[in-house]
Ligand binder design. Structure first.
Ligand SMILES: CC(C)(COP(=O)(O)OP(=O)(O)OC[C@H]1O[C@@H](n2cnc3c(N)ncnc32)[C@H](O)[C@@H]1OP(=O)(O)O)[C@@H](O)C(=O)NCCC(=O)NCCS
Length: 218
């Protein structure tokens, strides 16, 4: 989440994003979203509320919205409704047998989950569908990154989102903090690669939000 603005989004916006997520998700990966509402922190279960350390209302609302969405996905998959605690590393702790990821921007919270029998890892990130500031773009883009074929106006922001999604996918496995220079993205191959050699598949959308899903099939 890169901003603390409070844009208002209707349920129609929510449905539009949900429709895009439904089309982009690979088979076996479940994804859903929620427009973050004031007071969504009340959706945190008591154990979750204690593990989410931010004191900022908008951040807590975002974490509550993301967990509400994530628990809905667990229920749809026929799994027990479990609290999704935040580990000291920041990573969410998913129930045994499940891989998953959560993200929020200034307006929407999203979550993705899949069976660990089918996917080794999953990472998701979301950002507004707007160009990235040039100074940030210069830090994110490395010579090894390939953005050919991506709408130029949004390429840097998409690259940023992809690297964060890859990081969220691989961190629970490797427990290593990565910088933008440690992840190479190739959109022509729909692939991300970490400095340690881990390869992660990518799918993305550019509108109505930039969303990247990073995943390692078993
Ligand atoms: C993990 C990280 C990328 C999240 O980015 P963000 O813009 O702050 O927040 P997002 O809304 O995109 O995602 C937040 C969610 O990511 C998840 N998350 C946080 N740390 C994580 C980690 N180490 N591994 C996997 N998921 C993590 C949490 O579910 C969190 O939601 P919560 O606070 O409600 O529990 C960021 O906090 C971080 O640790 N960055 C350092 C590494 C990095 O960015 N390197 C450059 C890219 S390789």
């Amino acid at each position: 989440m890169t901003g603390l603005n409070k844009p208002q989004h209707s349920t129609a916006d929510e449905r539009a994003l949900d429709d895009v997520l439904g089309v982009m998700r690979p088979s076996g990966i479940h994804v859903a979203c929620r427009a973050i509402r004031d007071g969504d922190q009340a959706l945190l279960l008591p154990e979750e509320a204690a593990s989410v350390t931010s004191k900022v209302d908008r951040m807590r609302d975002a974490s509550g919205a993301a967990r509400h969405v994530a628990r809905g996905l667990l229920r749809q998959a026929g799994l027990a409704d479990a609290p999704l605690l935040k580990a000291a590393s920041g990573a969410p702790v998913w129930p045994f047998g499940v891989v998953g990821s959560m993200a929020h921007d200034d307006a929407f919270a999203i979550a993705a989950m899949a069976s660990a029998a089918s996917f080794k890892s999953l990472g998701i990130d979301i950002e507004p569908s707007e160009p990235l500031a040039q100074d940030v773009a210069a830090i994110v883009k490395m010579p090894a990154d390939v953005v050919d074929g991506v709408e130029e106006r949004l390429a840097s922001r998409l690259l940023f989102v992809a690297k964060e999604a890859v990081y969220k996918a691989v961190f629970p496995r490797d427990q290593v903090i990565l910088g933008f220079e440690d992840v190479a993205i190739d959109f022509t191959r729909s692939e991300g690669r970490t400095r340690a050699g881990r390869r992660v598949r990518l799918v993305y959308s550019l509108t109505p939000r930039i969303v990247v899903l990073a995943f390692e099939p078993v």
